[in-house]
Design a protein around this ligand. Structure first.
Ligand SMILES: Nc1ncnc2c1ncn2[C@@H]1O[C@H](COP(=O)(O)OP(=O)(O)O)[C@@H](O)[C@H]1O
Ligand SMILES: [Mg+2]
Length: 249
């Protein structure tokens, strides 16, 4: 390979997708806050007006859009992009030399053919399925959120075994919504479950803090929380996640 080809291959962004079959495990929260902390990093600065980091949402229902409507865009350390499930928009970013990371929020897909035969693509035929297949083709890394609540475990396993592994997409499980007031029993249980499945895991969980839920309503990200002990801990969780992501890329 010539040096010129090398540069061309490195020119486009890396795609990190946040995916989990079940809703409520924190895909949208993780997308905007991961984009925010990595967008703040000195590694992700650009000379041009385009931000190096994009948070993208492919949900035709527009969950990222609802959040983004609350935000004064010029204050964000990342750009956001809402495709509403339109195929082709994200692929068009592949060669953009000004973009370094695209973090993609995906919708849940509980409704999609869970009974498809092993080895068959269970995503089926729909606008969401087509949008998901596009980001799966683009993905350099998948983040699968799971909670100490066991209801999210089987959908995480389904996502990994039926969607990610057959495509050879590298992935990491991250525990979200760990309530520090609960002690470590539930946390240890979910860690054990992940480790028994030999799934790569982000070492530390993302803790459950009320400010995250309020922030979603107010269109804030973790880099903008009013200074407090909780705000620092909340930010630390996403900085740890960003570090694990960068190590894996
Ligand atoms: N670490 C957290 N601490 C507190 N609330 C959280 C946390 N992560 C997610 N939430 C809240 O839980 C709900 C579901 O999260 P969300 O990111 O919308 O999940 P998903 O996109 O996977 O459906 C939202 O109300 C969100 O504000
Ligand atoms: Mg969501």
């Amino acid at each position: 390979m010539t040096p010129a080809q090398n540069t061309a291959a490195d020119a486009g962004p890396k795609f990190v997708i946040v995916i989990q079959q079940k809703g409520g495990a924190g895909k949208s929260t993780i997308t905007v806050n991961l984009a925010a902390v990595s967008g703040r990093s000195s590694l992700m600065q650009n000379d041009v007006e385009d931000a190096a980091v994009i948070a993208a949402g492919i949900d035709p229902q527009g969950s990222l859009e609802t959040w983004a409507d609350q935000v004064p865009e010029e204050t964000l350390p990342f750009d956001y992009l809402v495709t509403r499930g339109e195929v082709g928009v994200l692929s068009a970013l592949q060669k953009d030399p000004n973009r370094k990371r695209v973090v993609v929020d995906t919708p849940g897909f509980m409704e999609i053919d869970p009974d498809a035969a092993w080895g068959a693509d269970p995503l089926g035929e729909s606008r969401v399925a087509d949008a998901l297949r596009e980001v799966l083709d683009l993905a350099d890394l998948a983040i699968v959120p799971i909670t100490p609540e066991w209801l999210s475990w089987a959908p995480a396993e389904f996502t990994i075994e039926r969607i990610l592994k057959p495509r050879g997409i590298p992935f990491m499980v991250v525990i979200n919504l760990h309530d520090p007031r609960d002690g470590d029993t539930a946390l240890d249980k979910v860690k054990k479950w992940i480790d028994e499945h030999d799934y790569p895991r982000v070492p530390d969980p993302i803790r459950k803090y009320k400010i995250h839920a309020h922030a979603a309503e107010d269109g804030l990200t973790v880099v903008e929380y009013k200074e407090s002990g909780t705000a620092l801990r909340a930010r630390e969780d996403f900085m740890n996640l960003a570090l694990s992501v960068e190590q894996a890329l």
